[in-house]
Ligand binder design. Structure first.
Ligand SMILES: Cc1cc2nc3c(=O)[nH]c(=O)nc-3n(C[C@H](O)[C@H](O)[C@H](O)COP(=O)(O)OP(=O)(O)OC[C@H]3O[C@@H](n4cnc5c(N)ncnc54)[C@H](O)[C@@H]3O)c2cc1C
Length: 554
């Protein structure tokens, strides 16, 4: 942990730094900017802290990451005093953790809730960001930081008649506070990404009839959710630094061993044994610890695909349903791999019906239910688990206006996604993003914490060197875009003829440009790029708009 160094003076502005978003990102950034003496305010449009874990209250909501690495390592107090109860913590437990972090680090006094940002405008003459609040009021700061979330801008499908349904309609990301009464109801669900997959087994036992409308099946890595014992928790506490280090050195930010062999390097018997043992360990262990090329080599990924298809056929009794649940148009890792908690087994329940809307798409939503071809499925409740405008949605949903009146939205529409390391964009001085587009696909608390610490050092360095503005250079953006594309094209997500419709490529949002919105080159490789930027004196972040070095307050 770095020592506190006073660098803030916030000459003339309300704050040195305004951070939008009070989730994992906002909390980590507030803590780290405070440590260097920056007067920092976190604002959030919601009425509670926690971001993702405040709004996602649907039945079954929990992490796909395991508790030991889905947390911060930077506070010894938090590490020593917090106790996780489940291997994959449920949403309410993660929310309690984030509230505990806020209280233990005394962050609450610098968090303003119920404060939605409508726009943020950079004033070049004053080198200040003016942050306009919905409903009135403007706050100013030298630095503006987005912690607005990668999976935070919920989307609905564009199905004719969607507003006409007379029953109860819920989006998983806007689940009612008091819960929803599903007992004895006829329920339909649209959307089978990570959220839908958690909803299905959780609500199936209580509903009367359940219609699951499936367009694209996923490869789901089933797991068990064990209680965390006191001794396991103590072990994690005592080894937190090693665990975090391991996760930081892993391509996907998980504290797991990185497999050394290709799936093609071993005999079929050995391959089967490894697949089986990692399948039994559950969740991301299968994806990460079997072989080193399940995300990059189509043949290897297809071997893993076939292993999972066999599992599906073993678990699901009805052969037609089992075949429908087997992905065939793409291979394992072609889409984000969700963790399952009895998902496949749910389809053995007689009142759970899998409706294939790939061969016959949903025609319309009526006032009574959902029509597929000539069949109307009458429903009392319709659940949308249709996900998010990922990575860029929150950033382009509001006007973030940089130099010469250009919005971030217009920049990315005109130029394609452009950023330096997903942290900074040319034309937007002193604007920084936590988990901006083109940052790694990963277990996220790891890049969030490392990003907050990188920003802390960068702003401290700026002060120490009299640098008034930090901003990506166009050259750095072009280089990073090329690296993001290179890394993305090296994965099975992109293999010709097997390309899955994945939110990684913006394909879940009609009209969104199809480009890699995450960096697939590995979290540890990304961190090396960040270190190089820092060690080179932030060369890729400086531009000709920098004031000459002189003693200036932050
Ligand atoms: C159901 C679910 C399960 C997940 N499970 C995992 C997992 O297992 N592992 C993993 O690594 N990741 C997981 N994620 C991703 C998760 O989003 C991140 O792990 C993490 O919580 C992101 O934190 P954040 O602070 O960056 O963003 P968020 O938690 O999304 O917080 C963003 C905040 O910004 C606020 N905001 C946005 N726009 C504005 C605005 N204009 N004005 C004011 N406030 C604004 C929002 O209100 C929100 O509170 C999951 C996501 C979901 C939805």
């Amino acid at each position: 942990m770095s020592t506190t160094t006073e660098v803030g003076s916030n000459g003339g502005t309300d704050y040195d730094a305004i951070v939008i978003g009070a989730g994992f990102s906002g909390l980590a950034i507030l803590h780290h900017l405070r440590e260097i003496g920056l007067k920092t305010l976190v604002i959030d449009g919601e009425d509670g802290i926690g971001g993702t874990w405040w709004v996602n209250r649907y039945p079954g909501v929990r992490t796909d990451s395991e508790y030991s690495y889905y947390s911060f390592s930077f506070s010894k107090e938090v590490r020593d005093e917090w106790t996780w109860s489940e291997r994959y913590p449920a949403g309410p437990e993660v929310l309690r953790y984030l509230n505990f972090v806020a209280d233990r680090l005394d962050l609450r006094k610098d968090i303003r809730l119920n404060t939605r940002v409508e726009s943020a405008v950079y004033d070049e003459s004053e080198n200040v960001w003016r942050v306009n609040i919905l409903g009135g009021g403007t706050l100013t700061a030298k630095y503006l930081v987005s912690g607005m979330g990668v999976l935070s801008q919920a989307i609905y499908p564009s199905i004719p008649g969607i507003d006409s349904f007379k029953g109860q309609k819920y989006h998983t990301a806007h689940w009612p506070r008091g819960g929803a009464d599903l007992k004895g109801k006829r329920v339909g669900l649209i959307g089978l990404g990570a959220s839908g997959i958690q909803v299905v087994p959780t609500i199936a036992p209580e509903v009367d009839e359940f219609f699951v409308f499936q367009r694209t099946p996923n490869f789901i890595v089933e797991t068990t959710n064990d209680r965390v014992s006191a001794s396991e928790m103590q072990h994690v506490r005592e080894h937190y630094d090693e665990i975090f280090e391991k996760a930081a050195n892993h391509p996907f930010g998980v504290a797991m061993d990185f497999a050394e062999n290709s799936a093609l390097d071993v005999t079929p018997e050995e391959r089967e044994r490894i697949f089986e043992s990692k399948w039994n360990e559950g969740g991301f262990h299968f994806a990460n610890e079997c072989f080193n090329d399940l995300a990059t080599n189509h043949e290897s990924s297809e071997l893993a695909s076939e292993f999972i298809r066999t599992k599906i056929r073993e678990i699901v009794h009805d052969p037609t349903t089992a075949e429908l649940l087997c992905p065939t148009s793409y291979s394992f890792n072609g889409k984000r791999v969700p963790t399952g908690h009895g998902y496949y087994e749910t389809f053995n329940l007689e009142h759970v019906h899998l409706i294939d809307v790939a061969s016959t798409p949903i025609t319309e939503i009526t006032e009574n239910g959902v029509t597929v071809g000539g069949t109307e499925y009458e429903l009392d409740v319709l659940i949308f688990a249709t996900g998010f405008d990922a990575m860029t949605g929150t950033l382009t949903n509001i006007d973030i206006v940089g130099r010469n009146g250009m919005t971030l939205r217009d920049k990315w529409t005109e130029q394609g996604l452009r950023s330096n390391l997903g942290i900074s964009a040319h034309g937007f001085p002193n604007f920084f993003m936590s988990l901006g587009p083109q940052t790694p696909y990963s277990n996220l608390p790891v890049p969030i914490q490392l990003g907050a610490q990188w920003l802390q050092r960068a702003l401290k360095w700026a002060k120490d060197n009299g640098v008034e503005r930090l901003e990506a250079t166009p050259e750095s953006e072009a280089a990073w875009a090329a690296e993001v594309e290179r890394a993305g094209k090296a994965t099975v997500m992109y293999s010709e003829g097997h390309k899955a419709k994945a939110w990684f490529l913006g394909e879940n949002v009609p009209g969104k440009p199809q480009e890699f919105i995450v960096y697939m080159g590995g979290g540890q490789v990304y961190q090396q790029f960040c270190r190089e930027a820092e060690e080179s004196g932030y060369g890729s972040f400086l531009t000709d708009v920098l004031a000459p070095a002189k003693a200036v307050g932050v």
